[in-house]
Design a protein around this ligand. Structure first.
Ligand code: AFD
Ligand code: MN
Length: 388
């Protein structure tokens, strides 16, 4: 029987990256709701992100999105973040919001469009060097809405050529993580729709190209933890984009829609060695808080990941292996469910307290008055959002 005290050394290695864009206004294609105190600048987004780490102790990095977070001096921005206890994490490219990319970007048929998209990514690599970031995350909206619109096969070759040039610009321990999504905004075919396509593309590039798994990017019913197990086995799980969904890419608070699925995902992460920092898996959140307060939404997300990770670490692996080897179906399932049903919230509260962190981060943040303060301070200017 594994005790909570025995798992804390591994739990403490959890380092979640919060997304800068979660602090801006976001929404659906129907409406983006603003809220008082929303950041106007990337510095204010970093101020908000620092609150999540301050209250949880498990979110020491903030991922940036380019061009939304463009500044003149990224070395200065790196210092700004570090002065607030954060490092700048993954640099997310954006080739999904400019008119030039109407028919695709890195996979576009037009070589001029591809050049523009490649140059955008080369700029992102320059920024990575200034911020000390390890990962360049690429998510492409490239695809088609109607059969016949694109040459599906040719676009794979075209994409490979574009990625090869970008990959060639990486240096040191810099990596490229390629994210897949089965639909949206393209509705008939997406050029990187599934983990297999991402894997094939990154395997062709080299050892510093990895797959990014966004938990909201699968068809309903997909066994995501199987993909986690497989990518860890292949040494190609580079990053998660954590969120949860009921129907599509809803970008809701991770664990909110299905805590059991998050537990099963973390169980495969633990089993596959993904929790070991040396394995290099980035645990990023990729969420939009359209109707709930953004900072508490991020705090809740970090707490959900920590809670399901703790439960996954409590799985009695010896008993599980014995039952599996004996084809003892019900015992094996029971061992897993025992860990899932273990309420670790009091243990986590005591652990935080022992670290000088608030036992109840949500209540502590609410009592801090931070939201009221920024609502009073951040008057005027252009609130950050999807397009900002
Ligand atoms: C959108 C995309 C994808 C990407 C994110 C940040 O669906 O998940 O990672 O934007 O660029 O949510
Ligand atoms: Mn994502």
């Amino acid at each position: 029987m594994t005790t909570f005290e025995e798992i804390t050394p591994r739990l403490e290695t959890l380092a979640i990256e919060v997304p800068s864009w979660a602090y801006g206004n976001s929404g659906t294609r129907f409406k983006v709701f603003g809220s008082r105190g929303t950041p106007r600048t990337v510095q204010e987004k970093i101020d908000d992100a620092a609150q999540v780490h301050r209250f949880t102790g498990l979110a020491p990095a903030v991922a940036l999105h380019i061009p939304w977070d463009l500044v003149d001096d990224f070395a200065a921005l790196r210092s700004y973040a570090e002065d607030r206890g954060l490092r700048i994490g993954t640099i997310n490219s954006n080739t999904f919001q400019d008119d030039v990319y109407k028919f695709g970007s890195l996979a576009a048929a037009d070589p001029g469009v591809r050049r523009t998209a490649i140059d955008h990514h080369l700029r992102c690599v320059e920024i990575m060097t200034a911020t000390g970031s390890r990962d360049l995350k690429i998510w492409l909206a490239d695809g088609s809405n109607y059969p016949g619109q694109n040459d599906l096969r040719q676009r794979q070759d075209t994409l490979a050529e574009s990625l090869t040039e970008i990959y060639g610009q990486l240096s040191g321990d810099q990596r490229l993580v390629l994210e897949y999504k089965f639909f949206e905004p393209a509705f008939y075919a997406t050029d990187v729709p599934d983990w297999g396509t991402s894997y094939v593309q990154v395997a062709a590039l080299g050892e510093r190209a990895m797959v990014c798994l966004d938990t909201g990017h699968h068809a309903p019913g997909t066994n995501i933890e199987f993909i986690v197990a497989q990518l860890l086995r292949l040494g190609k799980l580079g990053a998660f984009d954590f969120n949860s969904r009921f129907y599509a890419d809803d970008d809701l608070i991770v664990g909110a829609a299905d805590p059991f699925q998050l537990f099963r995902i973390m169980a495969e992460v633990v089993r596959g060695g993904g929790l070991d920092p040396a394995t290099g898996v980035a645990f990023m959140l990729d969420q939009c808080h359209n109707i709930e307060d953004k900072i508490p939404g991020q705090i809740r997300s970090v707490l959900n990941v920590a809670e399901m990770t703790a439960r996954a670490l409590l799985i009695d692996r010896e008993a599980l292996a014995t039952a599996q080897a004996a084809n003892d179906v019900l015992t094996a399932n029971g061992v897993l469910m025992d860990a899932f049903y273990t309420d670790v919230r009091r243990d986590l509260a005591a652990w935080r307290d022992s670290k000088g962190l608030p036992a109840d981060p949500m209540a502590a943040f609410a009592e801090s008055g931070y939201l009221q303060q920024v609502a009073a301070d951040r008057v005027g200017g252009q609130q950050a959002g999807w397009g900002a």
